[in-house]
Write a protein that binds this ligand. Structure first.
Ligand SMILES: Nc1ncnc2c1ncn2[C@@H]1O[C@H](COP(=O)(O)OP(=O)(O)O)[C@@H](O)[C@H]1O
Ligand SMILES: [Mg+2]
Length: 334
């Protein structure tokens, strides 16, 4: 088993004291804390070579879980095994087994050339010369590292920095790769590039992938299984396809009109099967079921009532899926 989490729990304790010096002093005498349960008895098992999306709304506990699994944060309770290793008891063995990428921060040293950062990692992980050379050649080729490897991390674009970070996390051939929002802020071609690299590691090297992302495309392209966490608790754990088929029939169009559309909205209310929303005076979103309507029908319907300026299609996003799971419209079992 690549990863086992049993009753994994994290409670953050924060000092709570009244403002001002008096409050601070009182706190020293009688310390008071508020507690935040960020991760609450989380259980899962992930097999070797699986690719799993770990998703949920902001503040759900995703990053905290990943920090515990990678040994960055201590758990308040529960047990963890990564490749049979307890990450706290055997930090060194664990470091050899895992790679981590945080979209929001880099593991590269800011002020030294990227290739020097890689050399330092080589020494830290005691990567044999031949293996290092092989990996560097592969990464130069497929990650395009050659273009910027002599620059300092500080001088890289976000896309270059993310590619360098991903390469750095893979340099020691980890069996398990944790990716926390690896495509956040990247433009679409760089996102696609990152996905290809991650997919290659999973398919060709059998690297186990655990990924958090707000981008549905990341999840569709990279993950076979989806674990949903909300308020620190797992609310669903299913195959991605199962999750998708449950919301795949829902579509939406955002229609912007040349003139204010209050009256159009009123007329559309005669179709109770459509879910309508006025985004602003000129913009109506119409959600519909693909079983009963086509996008063309919906657009024509509105086109008969008013002049259309612009149209965009709304794909179901993770937030909607999670909301649905939460409202139990989707019957998902963990
Ligand atoms: N170091 C910390 N101290 C106190 N509270 C924290 C800390 N880190 C995270 N939290 C809180 O724990 C909860 C989960 O955070 P996080 O794991 O970062 O969520 P996610 O990654 O799903 O957005 C949030 O309510 C957050 O405010
Ligand atoms: Mg996070």
């Amino acid at each position: 088993m690549a990863i086992i989490a049993r009753d994994l729990t994290k409670i953050f304790k924060m000092p709570a004291h009244a403002p001002g010096i008096a409050g601070a002093l009182k706190h020293v005498v009688h310390p008071q804390y508020t507690e935040k349960v960020a991760v609450d008895h989380v259980n899962f098992e992930i097999k070797d070579g699986e690719s799993v999306a770990y998703i949920g709304p902001n503040g759900a506990g995703k990053s905290t879980t990943i920090k515990m699994l990678t040994g960055i944060l201590y758990a308040s309770g529960g047990e963890i095994e990564i490749q049979g290793v307890n990450p706290y008891k055997d930090r060194i063995a664990n470091a050899r087994n895992v790679g981590v990428v945080f979209g929001q921060r880099t593991q590269l040293w800011w002020d030294i050339p990227v290739e020097e950062s890689f050399r330092l990692l080589k020494d830290i992980y005691e990567i044999p010369d031949a293996r290092y050379k092989e990996n560097m050649e592969l990464f130069k080729e497929v990650f395009g590292l050659g273009e910027f490897i002599t620059r300092t991390a500080r001088r890289l674009s976000l896309g270059q920095r993310m590619r360098a970070d991903l390469a750095a996390s893979l340099l020691h051939d980890p069996k398990v790769l944790f990716l926390d929002e690896p495509t956040i802020g990247l433009d679409i071609t760089v996102k696609e590039n990152m996905r290809q690299l991650i997919r290659m590691m999973n398919r060709e090297r059998g690297t186990t992938i655990i990924l958090t992302s707000h981008d549905l495309q990341d999840i569709e392209d990279l993950c076979r299984r989806v674990i949903v966490i909300d308020q620190g608790r797992i609310i669903s754990d299913v195959e991605r396809e199962q999750l998708q088929s449950m919301f795949a029939h829902e579509r939406g169009v955002r229609i912007s009109l040349k003139k204010p559309g209050r009256d159009v909205y009123q007329k559309l209310l005669e179709h109770p099967e459509l879910r309508l929303e006025m985004e602003d005076a000129h913009t109506i979103t119409v959600m519909f079921d693909l079983h009963t309507h086509t996008a063309y029908e919906v657009i024509s319907l509105v086109g008969e009532l008013a002049d259309i300026r612009d149209i965009s299609v709304i794909e179901p996003d993770i937030k909607q899926v999670i909301e649905k799971i939460y409202r139990s419209e989707l019957q998902v079992n963990s």
